[in-house]
Design a protein around this ligand. Structure first.
Ligand SMILES: O=C(O)CCC(=O)C(=O)O
Ligand SMILES: [Fe+2]
Length: 332
């Protein structure tokens, strides 16, 4: 069992002076993660929480946000034990795109990359309900979301936290500072047979890998957050999530951006198709992997599958640029 430490003091305000911004940038440089407080204002994050609940209820399978007894896989779309909802075109719902284009989120990532020409991932949405017994337990799955063969900082992952997320409310667990040891780790552990990776930009830590990190004195910490906070972490930082154990669900919208200059034309063309087909990608904004909307229910295609969003996003020019489509050259 992995022990975790609760950490709440690594938070910094987004709004304010340049100096404030430099503080959270220092945090993430040193620790591999940071919390940007209040990136989305209270009234708007409450609206997104409502949208997320309505989206689940909108399947008309019996889920009712006010009745915890209706939290059951028979009454919900397919949600993995990690809380992930990967299908049903959820990644392109209007409320998800609204979160992606929130000014406080965009300005944070502009600052991170010192670049305004960014593209965004079409990532999963997390609907973590507490104490579920109808799906398998969510055992720790420590990993990094970056190819061990490609060292150095490459991408900053992000998630928008929707409900109060305290010590017992599940959420992101990170191995503090271990992003800086990533290259050394992969050199020294290269002898080990890796856990099969579902895509090259993923590496799972084995017991021996965990021991290596422990021997280096690395600590695992639970990141706590309030509604509207943006959590960021370097994709080299070892991490996983835990399910909530109290009464509050843990809902999250993943928001990961990178400069368009880091994507090839071929990747942008693939991303365009993913967008037009309402498909998801992983965290990686340059569209390494394209998902699909064929969720399974009891081993067969879910009869409630959806292949387009209920409410299609209306993107302004800045939002549309995040799809990468305007950066595709005519020859591509
Ligand atoms: O939900 C989280 O906090 C992390 C999710 C994650 O690590 C992943 O999807 O790769
Ligand atoms: Fe991850």
């Amino acid at each position: 069992m992995i022990s975790t430490k609760i950490e709440q003091n690594n938070t910094l305000k987004l709004e304010g002076t340049t100096q404030d911004l430099e503080y959270w940038q220092e945090d993430v440089a040193r620790d591999g993660f940071a919390v940007i407080k209040g990136a989305i204002p209270k009234e708007r994050i409450e609206g997104y929480a409502n949208d997320m609940m309505s989206w689940l209820e909108g399947f008309n399978l019996g889920f009712d946000r006010n009745d915890p007894s209706t939290v059951h896989k028979s009454k919900l779309p397919h949600i993995t034990e990690k809380g992930m909802c990967l299908n049903y075109a959820v990644t392109h719902e209007d409320f998800v795109w609204k979160v992606r284009t929130e000014p406080g989120i965009l300005s944070a990532f502009h600052k991170i990359y010192n670049d305004k020409k960014l593209i965004v991932s079409f990532d999963a949405v997390n609907f973590g309900f507490p104490n579920r017994t109808d799906i398998p337990p969510n055992d720790p799955w420590p990993h990094q979301d970056q190819d061990p063969k490609k060292p150095g900082f490459r991408v900053m992952q992000g998630l928008v936290n929707v409900f109060p997320n305290g010590p017992k409310d599940g959420g992101l667990i990170v191995c503090k500072g271990a992003h800086l040891l990533s290259e050394q780790f992969h050199k020294e552990m290269a002898w080990e047979e890796p856990i099969p990776a579902w895509n090259p930009e993923w590496y799972g830590f084995t017991d021996k890998g965990m021991q290596w990190l422990a021997d280096k004195g690395c600590e695992w910490v639970k990141v706590c957050a309030e509604p509207g906070d943006l959590l960021i972490w370097d994709s080299r930082t070892p991490h996983y999530n835990l399910s909530p154990e109290g009464e509050t669900p843990r809902f999250v919208i993943y928001t990961c951006y990178m400069p368009v200059s880091g994507a090839t034309q071929e990747e942008l063309v693939r991303k365009k198709k993913a967008f037009e087909d309402w498909n998801g990608t992983t965290h990686w904004p340059n569209c390494q992997v394209v998902g699909n909307n064929n969720a399974k229910r009891d081993g067969v295609d879910d009869p409630h599958n959806r292949f387009e969003p209920v409410k299609k996003p209306v993107l302004d020019e800045e939002g549309f640029k995040l799809t990468g489509i305007p950066y595709i050259k005519a020859s591509a």
